[in-house]
Write a protein of this length. Sequence first.
Lengths: 396, 222
Amino acid sequence: MIKKLARDTLAIILLGLILRLIIAPFTLNWDFLANMHLAAKMDTQSLSEFYKDPLANYPPLMYKTLSVIYNFTRTFSGNLIDNWFAADNLTAVSSVYIFRILFLLKLPFIIIDIACGVIFSRLFNVGKRNVALLAWMVNPISLYLVAAWTNVDITTLLFILLNFYFFSKNKFLLSVFALGMAVSFKFFPLFFVPFLIFSTNNWKKRIIYALTLALPVITTHLAVIGVPNYFNQLLAGGHSRSVLFATLPIGADRALIYFYFIYFIVFLYYLSVKTKNYFIFSLFSIVPIFAFSKFNLQWFIWLLPLVLYSQVKSEKLSPNIILLYASFFFLVLLSQASLNIGMLAPIDATLWNLEWPLKKIFGDENIFSMLNMVHTLFAASLIFLSYRIFKNYEKA
Amino acid sequence: MRRLDIFQENHGNSLIVGPGNTISQTFIPTKNNLAGVRIPVSNPKLGATDEYQMSIVYENNILREQTITGANLGWQTTLRYDFPLISDSAGKIYTLSFSYLGKNSADEDILTKINTGFWDTQKPDEKTTEIIENTQKNYVHVAYSKSDEYKNGQAMLNNQSLTGDLSFETYYQVVGISYFKDTVNDLKLRSVKDPLFFIFYFLFIGSIIGLLIFRLKIKNRK
């Protein structure tokens, strides 16, 4: 059956669609709810007021996109969705219309996720495309983070994958523009920019790339240039602090930041090689975020292309990949209920208020010890995976 | 496990539990095995050792009661009162009562006037305002809505009805497979209230599954 499936692109997409549609109406993460709440009120207030909200962590283009999705949902649900968003949490979660509303709200993200799978598959030669597409369609990380959690970063990932795709087709200006669009949705793709700019040795091209990349970023940020605290909140807010938390003290008031240390090494190595694999090196550059910081679990979607790349290339599920997935899911299971069973709150509203039941069973200290162990396994699996990809790259 | 039964979460005001000011809320559980109540509270006097009492009353009989101290209550928290289950609870009128066990009769009159909205119409002078503000800081506040949000019960002050309702949640005990049975039953009841969506949803998914099977059969023949 799997072999038959792997020969038919449309069948694979249909399978991916079925799996996502089964999950979507019955799961809800508070993160998605918070983002949609923000998007719903974006048009009713000035950007200065909007970005006073500490939860407003994305550039305006992301919220504008979410606002379009919100209005698309209103077309099919009328006042239902306005009433739903106005309700308090338990009332919203136990609403009889929640399934319809979640189906409509999540459908665009499901389509984007499937599009990501299709674009990702086009990075491979014809023989492996359907395998890559199938890997994406049935991938538990994608199903969890998009269909269930509805991580809005999938819109950013779409443009990152377009960036890789155009680069693989030697359409460099389109590639740069796509990366600029990705940065306009969320700032983390900025880490890829040096790798793209320096993929060429020609300074004139580098300047053109930089200007092309800046075009969508500046255009989408014109409205927020004067907004107090905008850049401070988005670039130096809580997420940045968690990424930069792990440091190696080297003297009084002086420390090395693990993430930047490894990032710069990867970049310097990239500059030194003759054949620059932009896809591999740019994704390598963000691996330290996951190994050396208390990353937000939904960020793992950024690395999905690298993990699936390894999976497809090796044509099997190696122990390394299995341990990586298992450790990630243990991180999910050991965390607070809103990241695991709490997402089933549309089915039973009791689950919305569950907090952290494992803490009551095992105690705070034991839970955090387990999380540390599992995160360490996750980091080791990820770094070893990166090493294997790098070794194969060197051989090639 | 305790499963959510009924709730009322709207609030925009609060009532203060203090000397001579017992706050209560009547409610009617829809399920048997009533085993817990939660109410949002705020405690301006953090760390204080003042004692309060929560009780569940049925037909003037105290079925369950618990003493809690202010030291166990945070600035803004959900007070969770779990108790041994009351088996035959569905459809009966219970009263959740929250009272202050300390003695400070000087504050009684001020608190009663705050709770009854006396100063909404009678603007206090500066000195009285200061007394009101200082008095409020000494006792636990419970979340309250002045509107009649919960039709099957009401909030009360010293057993006198108020216009609105407390914000509250009630829970009932479920064991093992009963949890799944109750969840599935409730899901069925909810799904029939939006039949248009569920008919569309199952037809839509069914069509996609049908198309997938059809595609695989075609590929098999080829």
